[in-house]
Design a protein. Structure first.
Length: 121
């Protein structure tokens, strides 16, 4: 059985490229492919996803629930609850567990809001 293949026709525009140019072309196409996925991940999350992240960071279900609830109330869920915990720990120079417990009690959110309002990442 003969296979009808148009490979030689489709590769004409790639034939003159060097190995380095082919590699660059590949990575450019890969970037175009994943950009929408990265954008979607950056702009879409949910409380359940954020609780899951916190559980994997070692917080209990109840602790995670409180942190995420406060994160939602502050309008910072899009930043990520785990990111909020990590960022507060870095700003306060404390252990991330302590930072998470503070956030769960409603403390530290103003510091995070100020940090992100100033363009912090």
């Amino acid at each position: 059985m003969q296979r009808n293949d148009d490979y030689l026709q489709r590769r004409v525009h790639l034939a003159p490229l060097t190995d380095e140019e082919l590699k660059d072309h590949f990575w450019e196409l890969a970037k175009q492919l994943v950009e929408p996925l990265v954008e979607l991940a950056d702009t879409h999350t949910s409380p359940s996803v954020e609780r899951s992240v916190l559980l994997r960071m070692g917080f209990s279900s109840m602790e995670a629930k409180e942190i995420v609830q406060h994160c939602e109330e502050q309008g910072l869920l899009g930043k990520g609850a785990g990111h909020a915990v990590w960022r507060l720990a870095a700003l306060e120079k404390i252990d991330y567990r302590e930072a998470g417990l503070q956030l769960g009690k409603g403390q530290g959110w103003e510091k995070l809001a100020q940090f992100w309002a100033k363009g912090g990442a």
